[in-house]
Ligand binder design. Structure first.
Ligand SMILES: [Zn+2]
Length: 270
């Protein structure tokens, strides 16, 4: 999960998100619109008897924020929480799952802010959906397939790995660039990213305001996607002055072809 603004819990409930599947929360920076939903969400997890561990990663000060709010409100948390504060000037690995690495890199905003980069590990096989049904594969057998092993059935039949898995596809990746001003340095860290989320707070006629507030215009977000050779661009964090988001999308499309708006409830495949 990326950032945790005030409306997070309402959206979790509206879109029926299974919160036990949230294992990692990456906070980009400590501005309230990215953070103020966190104490409430941690408390709700407790009320719902969460037992799964949760790791929260973010800039310095995150730990103090969480501890102070939980202490003052006497909210005791019994599920394991690990809070990891990062300090880096380069792209640095901060977490990994079995099939995915997570790196952080600095953005250019009014306070310390990090972007995050998620990348598949190359050795993970992708199983063909239809073979699971066709051979009634068990969970253990699926694990063997994903490791790259052949499956030996109870009757001795051997199912070779290459008939069960898809040919190697390029590694998928996702970069999350929340609040930041236009900064070409970013493109080094996210080069070739499959799916890029980048903020686009203003239209380009407000570029001075964007610079002053350390935000990006839609045109600039398109430029970053182009220079980074991204697969597709999702823009968001629109100023409330805009009621017609299609203008922002159109402006980014002048620089980069494949642009979508991160509207509430949107789902994108990576
Ligand atoms: Zn901000």
């Amino acid at each position: 999960m990326m950032d945790c603004g005030e409306g997070t819990q309402m959206m979790i409930s509206k879109y029926r998100i299974n919160t036990s599947r949230i294992k990692l929360l990456c906070i980009s920076h400590l501005h309230g619109d990215h953070l103020f939903g966190l104490p409430g969400m941690l408390s709700s997890f407790q009320h719902h008897q969460r037992t799964e561990p949760l790791t929260i990663i973010g800039p310095p000060g995150l730990k103090e924020f969480i501890q102070v709010v939980l202490n003052l409100t006497q909210q005791y948390i019994t599920y394991p929480i690990t809070i990891k504060e990062i300090k880096t000037k380069e792209r640095t690995e901060v977490f990994h799952f079995d099939d995915l690495t997570v790196s952080a890199f600095p953005l250019n905003h009014r306070i310390v802010t990090y972007g995050y980069f998620f990348e598949e590990k190359s050795n993970v096989r992708k199983i063909k959906k239809e073979v699971v049904q066709q051979y009634q594969l068990s969970v253990d057998e699926i694990r063997q397939v994903l490791k790259g092993d052949d499956v030996i059935r109870k009757n001795g039949e051997v199912l070779p790995n290459d008939i069960l898995t898809l040919p190697d596809s390029p590694k998928r990746s996702y970069a999350y660039c929340s609040d930041t001003m236009y900064d070409e340095k970013l493109t080094d860290w996210i080069k070739g990213v499959t799916t890029l989320y980048h903020e686009a707070t203003y239209l380009h006629d407000m570029v001075e305001k964007a610079v002053e507030r350390k935000h990006t215009t839609s045109k600039q977000a398109g430029l970053i996607a182009k220079k980074a050779e991204a697969g597709k661009l999702i823009i968001g964090h629109f100023s409330s002055r805009y009621t017609d988001i299609s203008e922002l999308v159109a402006e980014a499309k002048e620089e980069f072809e494949c642009v979508y708006a991160a509207l509430e409830g949107s789902v994108f495949s990576v």
